[in-house]
Design a protein around this ligand. Structure first.
Ligand SMILES: [Zn+2]
Length: 164
């Protein structure tokens, strides 16, 4: 049994203690991962702590967290895809109308490669609930970004002298 030590995170004396054999379950959106046999140090004053650097607790915990993070992104991605299809938009149209960004932005969101911005998820959910608003969205999107906002007209010298 290791003794209690000074917590170097908050400075409390005799507050940092070692634990082992602990299990933890991480949950997100109805998905969960249980990680067993974790060990580390924790402070009874500030509640902060760290995994035992001499074993694989941090790695196993990190992997479980990464898996859930990916699963979460894929779940949001599947929802985006379902709504986009319901609205009869191609990925390209969805980018031009709703998200902006690169031409494959929507494809990356739908694959769970990137988490869509909250504003976009919210917009998609609103359109899912009120699909008739898509027509309004198409009108209101005009001039809402700089895509195609500029026009360029070249003038030859004679014309510019004449008109100025
Ligand atoms: Zn502390």
């Amino acid at each position: 049994m290791k003794t209690k030590e000074l917590c170097y995170i908050c400075g409390a004396p005799d507050a940092l203690s070692y634990y082992e054999g602990r299990s933890e379950t991480i949950k997100v959106k109805g998905m969960e991962r249980r990680i067993d046999n974790l060990s580390g140090w924790e402070c009874e004053v500030c509640g902060d702590g760290f995994w035992d650097p001499e074993n694989d607790s941090a790695d196993r915990y990190g992997e479980a967290k990464d898996e859930l993070t990916l699963a979460f992104r894929q779940m949001i991605g599947a929802e985006m895809k379902r709504i986009r299809r319901k609205l009869h938009l191609t990925q390209k149209e969805a980018v031009e109308l709703l998200s902006g960004g690169g031409h494959n932005a929507f494809s990356r969101y739908e694959r769970g490669e990137l988490l869509a911005p909250k504003t976009l998820v919210l917009l998609m959910r609103l359109l899912d609930r009120h699909p008739h608003l898509l027509a309004d969205a198409k009108v209101l999107a005009e001039g809402a970004d700089m895509r195609g906002a500029f026009t360029y007209t070249k003038h030859d010298k004679a014309e510019s002298l004449k008109t100025s």
